[in-house]
Ligand binder design. Sequence first.
Ligand SMILES: C[S@@+](CC[C@H](N)C(=O)[O-])C[C@H]1O[C@@H](n2cnc3c(N)ncnc32)[C@H](O)[C@@H]1O
Length: 279
Amino acid sequence: MSNMMDQAAVDSRNSTFWSELCGTQFAKSLGVTDSSASSLKKFDDWYFAFYPYLFVHIPFEDMKGKDVLEIGLGYGTVSQRLAEVGALYRGLDIAPGPVAMVNHRLKQVGLDGQAQQGSILQAPFPDESFDYVVAIGCLHHTGDLFKALEECQRVLRPGGKLIFMVYYAYSYRRFYQARSETLKYMLREIFGFRGVVGLSAQAERAAYDANQAGEGAPHTDWVSIRSLRKLCRGYASFSGQTENIDNGVPFERSPPRRELLKSWIPRWFGLDLYATATK
Ligand SMILES: C[S@@+](CC[C@H](N)C(=O)[O-])C[C@H]1O[C@@H](n2cnc3c(N)ncnc32)[C@H](O)[C@@H]1O
């Protein structure tokens, strides 16, 4: 665990930090300050346009009538879409803010489903409860990626799929911003290590997730495809693909993000690693 925090401390800090909904800065820049249906639609339209590849990785239409658990809810955009396509929706988040937002959304649009507060490290669900688990940008914040993957596997039915996004250890940003840690990690992997990048500085975490006060997330892991495959060894199959790039350093003078997204860079050195693990 990074930063010498024990798990209870990570959980407690996560619960506080993430109650400011992830995406709040973007919402503000869009002029979204309330949670009316029209404001949330504005946010959701932006979210899906900003992350267009979500539709490639999350098979929304196949989830109709299926038991789907989402972990790490944030502003609830994916949550609402899952409920809208007819998934039998359950949500889980360690922070009260996202849980309240998702339950508000479901009620506001008259959809079934329920979100509850809790940690994926002790998922409050019986074995083999779900056909899909969806976790976008969450498991690398828990403080124990391997345990989180094991819990997802436990609650999935045989043949069920975990669809998730975690941060990629060999992205252009990591080479640029945390070069020596990245090279050290690469060297360790060459000698057989399989796991996540260890200790991280506040600035590294804040480059990925910062609250309005500019503080970084309490805990963040980065992982390679090779190590993630190993961490998913309890699953029958695994596939991974990198995505995402932005106009931050070193691409401030490059073409706009929508053009960069079409380039080869996100495929090889993208910020995020999308993976599907089948039980
Ligand atoms: C970066 S946000 C992602 C939110 C959303 N999926 C999105 O794409 O915007 C990470 C979320 O994971 C949640 N989270 C962190 N640790 C968790 C844990 N141990 N169990 C469940 N949720 C957790 C946080 O509260 C937060 O809502």
